[in-house]
Design a protein around this ligand. Structure first.
Ligand code: URA
Length: 234
């Protein structure tokens, strides 16, 4: 039914509304049309929840053979999230990612672009140490990538840094090659949200292949440039 302005002004407001037979609710508060950025308290409880899910995983070779879960390290409010492969011996002992030799190199890589490690947020594709530090199997990568995706959504970083082939496989599939794809900005969609992402070599690989550090340095400079361009506060 169409009501012209003249009719509308002839009737009082409620009568016009009755014509539509709709119950309108009027409030003084403005309608909220935007999503809230999760606040820190919110994030902490979402992270706790996620950790509980990972702790309750069953029939997992990784969990059975490890000492403890290695969930994350760093600042959950950070605009930068780094994803590695999985815990090694030291990480399994201490319960934090990147605390062994690869972690020491990661710290220096971050410092080289003026980022203090506690300012970023760090996790891995798998949260339990693979036996003898083997690469996680595809079935394990797929299983844990469900948690990883949730983890990314909770942290909601401005820049996502994937270190090594396992992180790349977990989020982009198996068809890409890290040597070809590193050093390029990509868009990664995780549960309908798009994340600015870069792939780069894993620090453990750089320890084995120091001649590849030049590529890593070029990637780090790209990351620094993007942080400055986007005026990211870190
Ligand atoms: N390598 C990783 O990928 N993650 C760690 O936590 C340590 C080494």
């Amino acid at each position: 039914m169409e009501i012209n302005r003249k009719n509308q002004s002839d009737n009082n407001f409620e009568e016009v509304m009755d014509l539509f037979e709709i119950d309108y609710v009027y409030e003084n508060k403005p309608i909220k049309r935007t999503f809230d950025e999760p606040n820190l308290e919110n994030k902490q409880s979402l992270l706790e929840n996620l950790k509980k899910k990972i702790l309750s995983i069953s029939d997992c070779e990784l969990k059975k053979n490890s000492n403890q879960v290695v969930f994350s390290d760093g600042n959950p409010s950070s605009p930068i999230m780094i994803i590695g492969e999985g815990p090694g011996q030291k990480e399994d002992e201490i319960g934090k990612p990147f605390v062994g030799d690869a972690g020491m190199l990661l710290n220096r890589m971050l410092e080289a672009i003026n980022i203090k490690r506690p300012k970023v947020y760090i996790t891995n594709v798998v949260n339990y140490r693979p036996p003898n530090n083997r690469k996680p199997e595809l079935s394990e990568i797929n299983r844990y990538s469900v948690f990883l995706r949730e983890h990314i959504n909770i942290i909601d970083p401005k820049i996502l840094i994937l270190m090594g082939g396992t992180a790349m496989e977990a989020l982009f599939g198996q068809t890409l090659k890290i040597s070809k794809e590193r050093g390029k900005w990509k868009e990664l969609i995780v549960n309908q949200k798009t994340y600015l992402t870069i792939l780069t070599f894993h620090p453990a690989y750089l320890l084995r292949q120091p001649d590849q550090k030049k590529f890593s340095w070029s990637d780090l400079k790209m990351i620094r440039k993007k942080i400055d361009e986007l005026k990211i506060n870190i």
